[in-house]
Write a protein that binds this ligand. Structure first.
Ligand code: PBG
Ligand code: ZN
Length: 324
């Protein structure tokens, strides 16, 4: 026999030598839910191990993570006043802006702060844009989203991450940021975001479920791969710095294809449903948590993800799961 692939699998040393995919701690971004109040650290039942934090508690938790190299976070604001026009989303004293100010005061450039930009947690109806009758109006929503992004930049965010899926919002945000002197605030676009049932636990956590209808008139149809590339390339042309695919596990082909078609860094979001399914299965003793989490992380990297947004990031770094 000429070919015996098993030769290169014989011992741990040779397996390490020929391993094609590597992960580093620098790839991981950890999401946080932040809320008003003090001394607040409230567990989210749908997402074991994840909490709502008030800013003071958030600072403590971030400090803990930093010790293990967890230096990139993605912030979501929860529990703010809900209105039809989502005005609390871009207020100077919004919970996200307050958190960014405090985090930057505490940690400066040792911590990279990314903020989620979307209004579904700030609207009475729970949609990611401004409603006209039952339809989300694109251009009016884009104006509000740009204001929200600017308010986060003014608070000191390093990067803003629009997750709304309105058309043209990357260009509009880029323009407004530049006009206000924030030309160095980066944009990570949730460029390819599918209308997915995997967001279920998040919506409970963020209180952002649509009261009526679904998100299919703005988030993508999961049957479409070509359209996914179109979304990615449009956001690249509009000035995005990083392109993200979301969810991740059921969309490895999309991550792979995007990586082949862009020179920008590609990110993926290992979302709440993917996280909670693993946590619940591990709790039941069906799977080994560490092993299955790392298998998933390597799959994202093998598919082409340069960075991974995941609720598992804290476990991976604090429990040193990256070591072979
Ligand atoms: C809001 C938003 C969602 C997520 C991130 N930003 C939910 C949604 O679109 O309904 C999902 C994150 C997760 O499930 O972990 N636009
Ligand atoms: Zn939204």
């Amino acid at each position: 026999m000429l070919n015996r692939p098993r030769r290169l699998r014989k011992t741990a040393i040779i397996r390490e030598m020929v391993a094609e995919t590597h992960l580093s701690k620098d790839m991981f971004i950890y999401p946080y839910f932040v809320t008003q109040g003090k001394k607040h650290r409230f567990p989210i039942t749908a997402m074991p191990g994840i909490h709502h934090f008030s800013v003071d508690e958030l600072i403590k938790d971030v400090e803990q993570g930093l010790k293990h190299g967890l230096n990139k976070i993605l912030l979501f604001g929860v529990g703010e006043e809900k209105t039809k026009d989502a005005s609390s989303s871009y207020h100077k004293n919004s919970i996200v802006s307050k958190a960014v100010v405090e985090l930057k005061k505490q940690f400066g450039d040792d911590l990279y702060v990314i903020t989620d930009v979307c209004i579904c947690a700030y609207t009475t109806h729970g949609h990611c844009g401004i409603l006209h009758k039952d339809y989300v109006n694109n251009d009016e929503s884009v104006e509000v989203l740009a204001k929200m992004a600017l308010s986060h930049a003014q608070a000191g965010a390093d990067m803003v991450a629009p997750s709304d899926m309105m058309d043209g919002r990357i260009g509009a945000i880029r323009k407004l940021l530049d006009r206000n002197g924030f030309e160095n605030t980066a944009i990570m676009s949730y460029a390819i975001k599918f209308a997915s049932a995997y967001y279920g636990p998040f919506r409970e956590a963020a209180g952002s479920s649509p009261q009526k209808g679904d998100r299919k008139s703005y988030q993508m149809d999961f049957r479409n791969g070509n359209e996914a590339m179109k979304e990615g390339l449009l956001d690249e042309m509009e000035g995005a710095d990083v392109l993200m695919v979301k969810p991740a596990l059921a969309y490895l082909d999309v991550i792979h294809n995007l990586k082949q078609n862009t020179l920008l860094p590609v990110s993926c979001y290992n979302v709440s449903g993917e996280y909670s399914m693993v946590k619940m299965a591990a709790k039941q003793g069906l799977v080994d948590e560490q092993k299955i989490v790392m298998e998933n992380m390597y799959a994202f990297a093998r598919a082409g993800a340069d960075t991974i947004i995941t609720y598992h990031a804290k476990d991976i770094l604090q429990k040193k799961w990256l070591l072979p």
